[in-house]
Design a protein around this ligand. Structure first.
Ligand SMILES: C[S@@+](CC[C@H](N)C(=O)[O-])C[C@H]1O[C@@H](n2cnc3c(N)ncnc32)[C@H](O)[C@@H]1O
Length: 234
């Protein structure tokens, strides 16, 4: 069921033109995973573009966590391109210490969903931070146990920056779950088949063929000091 609401802003800050008519129209849907009913809102009149949707690849990743009973208790997790925050919020409810990230203008939507779905006793385990790929990853530590991304591979212009961010954050031992809808138009097969295997051990752990969704589990390739020198010199 879809519910429509308005989020009334307390000030004119949300509007660049300084006007006071700044209410955000919200569409809310409910999703059930692992016994939790997640109420996920989308800001539909706030120019959030692709971020104002819950993508099938995100739902697929949540279902995978449910199906495989992935244990996030006590684990440090970062999510890239959180959008509505559905994946990072579920991961928090499953016990993770989670940082949800996206472009700065998306954070308000994520924070709204965090406040609705994460109960106060768990809030100390969830953070929302800006992270533009290729530019801001060094503001973050590298000791994450899990790096998550759902439907973040869709613009070929962003692939080099995304790889840079994944390489920086994906220290030895971190597990990356990347859930992607494969789109030939955006050359996403080449990102998955050519780029990723240069830096990561990649395994397809689940897929939904009729929706062209593939879930990759990845770890950084462990290079010997000699291999590392050769790569750097080439
Ligand atoms: C298709 S949406 C997926 C949202 C969510 N993960 C889901 O599955 O529903 C892609 C997300 O990646 C974010 N994104 C795209 N390019 C980015 C970049 N260069 N840096 C940071 N985030 C980016 C967008 O803002 C958007 O929220």
């Amino acid at each position: 069921m879809t519910t429509i609401r308005r989020l009334e802003e307390s000030s004119a800050d949300a509007k660049n033109d300084g006007s006071t008519d700044s209410s955000i129209i919200i569409l809310e849907n409910t999703y059930e995973f692992c016994g939790y009913n997640l109420r996920i809102s989308r800001f539909i009149n706030a120019n959030l573009g692709y971020s104002a949707y819950v993508w099938e690849a995100g739902i697929f990743l949540c279902r995978y966590f449910e199906k495989e009973s992935i244990n996030f208790i006590g684990k440090k997790v970062i999510e890239l391109g959180s959008g509505t925050g559905i994946v990072g919020i579920l991961t928090t409810l499953l016990g993770g210490d989670v940082t949800l990230t996206d472009k700065p203008n998306i954070l308000k939507q994520i924070e709204n969903n965090v406040s609705i779905n994460v109960p106060p006793p768990c809030r100390h385990r969830v953070k929302t931070r800006p992270l533009i790929w290729g530019e801001e990853q060094t503001n973050f530590p590298t000791g994450y146990d899990f790096i998550l991304g759902s439907d973040i591979v869709y613009s070929s212009a962003a692939y080099p920056a995304l790889i840079e961010t994944l390489r920086y954050l994906g220290r030895q031992g971190a597990t990356i779950y990347l859930s992607s809808e494969i789109r030939n138009k955006s050359r996403s097969p080449s990102f998955h088949d050519d780029f990723l295997p240069q830096y990561f051990n990649c395994q397809i752990v689940d897929r939904e063929d009729d929706k062209d969704i593939i879930l990759y589990k990845m770890t950084k390739i462990d290079k010997s000091p000699r291999d590392r020198l050769l790569t750097e010199n080439n």
